[in-house]
Design a binder for this molecule. Sequence first.
Ligand code: ATP
Length: 457
Amino acid sequence: MPADTTATPQPGDPGEAEDRARLESVTSLAKRRGFVFQSSEIYGGLNAVWDYGPLGVRLRRNVRDSWWRRVVDLREDVEGLECSILMNPQVWVASGHVDTFADPLVDCLGACHMRWRADQLASDRCPNCGGPLSPPRQFNLMFRTFVGPVEDASATVYLRPETAQGMFVNFRNVLQTSRQRLPFGIAQIGRSFRNEISPGNFIFRCREFEQMEMEWFCAPGEDEEWFRYWCDDQREWIRQLGVRDANLRMRPHTPQELAHYARAATDIEYRFPFGWGELEGIARRGDYDLRRHQEVSGKDLTYPDPATGGHTLPVVVEPAVSLERLVITLLLDAYQEEEVRGERRVVLRLAPQVAPYQVAVLPLSKRPELVEPARRLAADLRRQLATDYDETQSIGRRYRRQDEIGTPLCVTLDFDTLSDGAATIRGRDTMDQVRVGLERIGDACRDRLTGASVGGV
Ligand code: ATP
């Protein structure tokens, strides 16, 4: 698909029905194969809250590890942090969330009484029933709860709506214990909670989600350049996860939509079936957060500049993305239906480094003389590659299952294995088959997986 910076699908577009069908197919595959379940499903679920099944856990862990490796482990200038979800409520007063983290809410005054986010509506009538709408009122998105046994205002705390503030309030701790000098970053992965007014589109907008955020602290005047650096870095990382570049675009925020503290912000958008939408946000936050925490806490959060002997408040660039947005993007981008020898084949062309399993070992029959070496091979491969083992059903059905869950390679042991000591490696994308000696299977799989370009396993 060519890059198109204007192509937000409109109702009635020829591609719209197809796009909707793709979203439905991916949603149903995710459930059927154990990627994503509705939370507490046996009780009817909880709106916009999701659980991740065996394959979803693997996919999420791969994406999470890849982010951490790129942003923290491979750099000497970024430190990791893990903060509590509950924090002193003053944090959210200082950050502005108590006063301003709100969306404009309108109620349908017609037949359906549905609630909508006013800033997402194209007209002043209810999109569901066409009824009139109430005037907008501000609705704070933070979940509230109480610390201790008394449920009053003085005991109110919030479930964090972003992980970022943990990095700001620990700025001094990290600076003092890590020996970092500007510019440097603090990164965190963890749960965030937002009581979204109109969640939906599968896991695109959830009420509980996992954020991966990094606060990059630099000297005043250097943030414009670092902003460009992190925009490029993150787009490149998303491409390396296997997302097609033609489905990505950078969208700078207009002055009207910029958060009050932000000097600039750009969204990395993906062309979702429901239109272009924010996958990741990169923002220049200036010194707003450190300044506010310094004011409200009364603690010195300046950076002692060894060169000048003076003290400055660093300015901040922040890339922020959620695992949920990445998972839905990867599933949608990888999903393909094709016709092979008159049969429909569903294949998830996930890049090998994010696929839940990299290889599956399949004995042609359940006879012990095949099962035993197959299990031995799987145990051996498992030490270096994410390996599935499956001996149920026909080989054709097992290939189709592995195609559907995105496993790049299958290794099949058949009765010839007993005489030639070899097995067949089958590629998910090309469906080619090569015979390789059992003792070389591990190396052959690894070579093929590391050499694989996206969609070319
Ligand atoms: P929106 O405008 O869509 O409400 P936002 O601009 O408030 O989102 P940020 O505060 O910039 O979002 O959040 C940073 C990142 O966290 C987003 O780019 C997205 O990847 C993720 N994110 C935000 N809200 C949600 C949510 N409700 N569900 C899943 N991921 C989310």
